[in-house]
Design a binder for this molecule. Structure first.
Ligand SMILES: Cc1ncc(COP(=O)(O)O)c(C=O)c1O
Length: 331
């Protein structure tokens, strides 16, 4: 997953998102190897046809020390669901994958905020399989790498375009799976938005309703109610989306309506924000050249940002089950 905002500013004490791995180690083909050995041949099926699935996971430095992976188990459950769609055998269950991730972070010596990128993909034709676009008769592979990445969210808010690229519908692409090839759509949308001077794109679905942003889900505050499009709006069911719905209900006594939103709803909203593992919670203060709300992050957005950052840093014991401690190398 990439940043919604251009050239994001790094959080003090962290390196910018483009910086490579901490100690450059990856879990690749069943072993921990130096990152430079985690290579794929040019004949890799996923490289040619986009037949890979991936996740973006964050680990956060905790307020009382140590590092913890945020909702890693949920991300790996989604990876396994995505993999099933493409007939990719990951070879590990979610518990084993979270264990491998913790081990990777220990080996890299990570102590600050980290972004973790698991990728399961179609690799090579099995003996006897003729060349061609196919999912069966092709071997599978798994790779996980991690690199240091602090918050890059522009907390003052970003501007979004409404993309001319529509989000594909689920009988065109499995949009609820996080499939590498599908991200051509997202990349084109971001490219168009940035060429127009915006930081991110909001994509409508084939019915003209709001689907999501390039790598985030969309929320709006309309008439005092928190609203987000339903999963049937051809969006990726974000884990941050679920976190925000939960925190809004538990901590802010605010229920989220899941209903279709039109472009007009967003333009007239009091607040709009995006949610994603990488981007966290980003206020949207402009859409398609219109100012949203007061033109600065609204009260509900701000309260949710505070709650989210407290939760991921381990300040709320109620949500400790979402945090998996990495532990030290000696542990
Ligand atoms: C297309 C798309 N939508 C939404 C999201 C937000 O999902 P999550 O909150 O699980 O990171 C992402 C990020 O993975 C994404 O790539």
């Amino acid at each position: 997953m990439t940043s919604a905002a251009p050239a994001p500013a790094a959080t003090p004490g962290t390196t910018p998102s483009a910086t490579p791995a901490i100690a450059a180690i990856a879990y690749h083909d069943g072993e921990f190897v130096p990152l430079e050995r985690a290579q794929v041949p040019v004949t890799t099926q996923a490289l040619q046809y986009g037949t890979g699935v991936f996740e973006g996971i964050r680990a956060y430095a905790q307020h009382d020390g140590g590092l913890a992976v945020f909702r890693g188990h949920d991300h790996y459950l989604r990876l396994l669901r995505s993999a099933r769609t493409l007939r990719i055998e990951v070879g590990h269950d979610a518990a084993q994958l979270t264990g491998l991730t913790a081990e990777l972070l220990r080996r890299t010596g990570s102590t600050g905020d980290v972004y973790i990128r698991p990728l399961a993909y179609k690799r090579a034709l099995l003996p006897g399989t003729p060349p061609g676009v196919q999912l069966q008769g092709v071997s599978d592979a798994l790779s996980i790498n991690a690199f240091r990445m602090g918050s890059y969210t522009d907390r003052g808010g970003i501007s979004c375009a409404i993309s001319s690229w529509r989000r594909p519908q689920s009988d065109t692409l499995p949009v609820r799976a996080k499939v590498t090839g599908g991200y051509v759509n997202n990349a084109l949308a971001v490219d168009e938005a940035r060429a127009g001077g915006h930081q991110d794109a909001i994509l409508l679905n084939s019915r003209g309703q709001v689907a999501e942003a390039s790598t985030s889900n969309v929320f709006a505050v309309i008439g005092g109610r928190l609203v987000t499009p339903p999963v049937t709006a051809d969006l990726l069911e974000g884990i941050t989306r679920d976190t925000v719905i939960t925190l809004a209900a538990d901590l802010l006594d605010t229920r989220t309506d899941q209903r279709d939103l039109g472009r007009e709803d967003l333009l007239q909203a009091d607040e709009v924000f995006l949610t994603g593992t990488g981007s966290e919670i980003v206020p949207v203060i402009g859409i398609a050249g219109r100012t949203i709300g007061s033109g600065s992050p609204g009260p509900l957005t701000t309260a949710l940002m505070t709650a989210y950052h407290d939760v991921v840093r381990g300040r709320h014991s109620r949500y400790h089950h979402w945090l998996q401690a990495v532990g030290s190398a000696e542990a």
